[in-house]
Unconditional design. Sequence first.
Length: 323
Amino acid sequence: MLEIENLQLNSQGKLRHFLSIEGLNKDLLTEILDTAESFAGASEQSIKKFPLLRGKTIVNLFFENSTRTRATFELAATRLSADILSMNIATSATSKGESLLDTIRNMEAMQVDMFVVRHSLSGAAHFIAQHTAPHINVINAGDGQHEHPTQAMLDMFTIRRVKKQFTGLRVAIIGDILHSRVARSQILALNMLGVEEVRVIAPKSLLPVQVEALGVSVYYDMQAGLKNVDVIIMLRLQKERMNSAFLPSENEYFKCFGLSDEKLKIANKDAVVMHPGPINRGVEISSSVADGAQSVILQQVSNGIAVRMAILSMTMNGNRGAE
Ligand code: NCD
């Protein structure tokens, strides 16, 4: 596991950067959810714009593709009245280190206030937070196979909205846990927020070694794993991160680990189905489940805006308290 120094908090324990769920605590996660709730409530009453970050410049530094995450960060920044510049930087795995620092130095020279970073290397956002000017906030929008903490927070927000509380919940995360930065952040957040049980359901080849150490129970089949579950989180097979054959075939995978209407019936009647997207219909989830009454997949996307507004405004505020 990556050992990272906790750069995220200022001397008063407030958020300054948002790099990982690891290193945060239940109170901070709850504060993010409550702040997001106030933004979501206002948007539902058609108040869409707040002057909180007027005059601030946010740069989306995306070294990896993204649709939802990038778009919702842009909307979140705009709704807080900040200016946002989105950079789509094609990069190869070898052009790290210096070129990354050079990009940062150039952006700093343009007097920006915040970087939202997505990168294929684990630890990239942390690296930038360590090297950037002290007045700049850094937010991790997904780093390699490490963490995707804003996705985990919008998932926690969605769960809290539909289930009201975390106590007593059984949550199953299903599929490619091995390559998933989303799963890592979710497992940490769910345990911090005090759910009853986090399960992972996957073939052995898609589970990290010693996955139990993350605080999960492990199941290798859906029949057993889905029993008594309140929240089901499906994950995409991250083929771009697989460098050998992890699976016999997609058809076979769907039969064993795909979520069909039939398998969904094993879980609790009021179980909800989640997915961070992009979904692969017929591979990890059937269309009827993805579009069905128990699916909250599109609510996750909408909630992403309010949650990212909360994280942008809280980190920007956290800098005021910094020495
Ligand atoms: C996830 C990601 O990029 O890690 N997607 C997302 O942010 N919505 C998951 C994935 O790519 O499967």
